[in-house]
Design a binder for this molecule. Sequence first.
Ligand code: 5SP
Length: 239
Amino acid sequence: MTTFAPQIEIAIEKSRQDVAALHSELTRYGLVVWTGGNVSQRVPGAELFVIKPSGVSYDDLAPGNMILCDLDGAVIPGTPGSDRSPSSDTAAHAYVYRNMPEVGGVVHTHSTYATAWAARHEAIPCVITAMADEFGGEIPVGPFAIIGDDSIGRGIVETLAGHRSRAVLMRNHGPFTIGKDARDAVKAAVMVEDVARTVHIARQLGEPKPIAPEAVDALFDRYQNVYGQAPQGELTQED
Ligand SMILES: O=C(CO)[C@@H](O)[C@H](O)COP(=O)(O)O
């Protein structure tokens, strides 16, 4: 049985609880079907993260079967859940955590409208204020990448590092999102699908009109720093 310092064990358990619970948000918002998609969270204060087991029904996910991994994506032996294989995208999540220290959560879905934009290799243009608020501009497209090694993770980092968007549309695959924690990344996954649908519908009716860059900047700043009760999900600190 592998154990850690008491404060790390507490942080691990909190991440297990968070990640298990947040998978229910993917089904609640209709972002996944069957066992598709995945959520992970970095364990604060440790070079560890928690991710779902591969191919397990969402109905069966629980804190005790979340899988604890190091930042190379290796399962920590002798820990709860380590008897199962981690998500197919574990290497991608691990690559993001190694290369983007500000990221505390990663999510992947195959949500319908966002994946349709990914299939067309087309960035979602910033034509509604909800995009300016949440993503600070367009939602970019990342490269086509095979599943299971660092390819997807490298594509996410190359596309999002320094970018205001917390979502990337990986070509022919679907959205990956990042956040300050798993809940923030799940929010980005919910919002990318919402705006993908809205802009898709707008384009069926005509050519949507872009928002002026200075207005996008003002909307993003307001939403990230004024809206609601606390700063929202901005990850990149602009100069
Ligand atoms: O698209 C892919 C494969 O990258 C995954 O999102 C699967 O759809 C879910 O895989 P597991 O997380 O269950 O391994």
